[in-house]
Design a protein around this ligand. Sequence first.
Ligand code: ZN
Length: 313
Amino acid sequence: MSYCFGIDIGGTTVKCGLFTTEGVLLEKWEIKTRTEENGKAILPDVAETILKKMEEKGIEKTEVTGVGVGVPGPVVKEREVQVAVNLHWGYTMLADDLEKLLDQIPVKVGNDANVAALGEMWKGGGEGYLDVVLLTLGTGVGGGIIINGEIAPSHRGVGGELGHITVNPDEEATCNCGNHGCLEQYASATGVVRIAKKLLAASKEESSLRTLETVTAKDVFDAAKAGDHLAVEAVEVLGKYLGLVVANVALTVDPDVFVIGGGVSKAGQVLIDVIIKYYHKFAKIIGDNKAKVVLAKLGNDAGIYGAARMVLK
Ligand code: ZN
């Protein structure tokens, strides 16, 4: 039997998965991310938990094809991390350092959003396809582009940063990146709520959202599903900007499928339908054979799946 590990390092936890090389997830677990002292304990902790798992399962070093790692930062040549603010890391020779700690088991590294896209291509919403674009609608908006089964090249580490595509140059509010009018300002969980609140403030129309003390993205979608006019309008704004980006990316990389993940995607088919409506409106030139738009399937496990997949090429 041969095995591989998929490791997804986040700012609070490190998600770990032990896989067969056929892609069966045998076990998953988490350890704490110790970010103190410039995150110097993170890699030794990762190595320790991997070696412990191998011992526990009686897995020999020769049976391990490799360890894939996803990190929240720009990655160079599948080996080095330029910076990872959430981990308190500067430039890190991640693959070299971790291979030393793992007695030379091969390590590959990827940006977490791109790695999640690889996971969704392999065993998630994009399974069966090799050209897949993932949009993750969470606290922010992330993206990942997979071309011919591999993460698309990214020379400055910003490839797939679909959340920071400008969709509205007239926006006055400032994005976390400093720009005005990024997709993230409309399509993240906070973005949906921001749109809804703006619509509520601009109108006297009755809405079930007015009775709520705090409004969440789920509230907006639930109200829209129940036919609340203002909530429907908010979802249309979100759909318009997402559909715009999907159309523009479709005309750039022409993938087989767009996979929509992240907390906001729990809204389900209503979200997919509104994205498709505007995607089709803005991508007329593609004709009837447009790329599919589907929901992600792996949830928080996309990162460990994709990390594992990295070492199996
Ligand atoms: Zn931005």
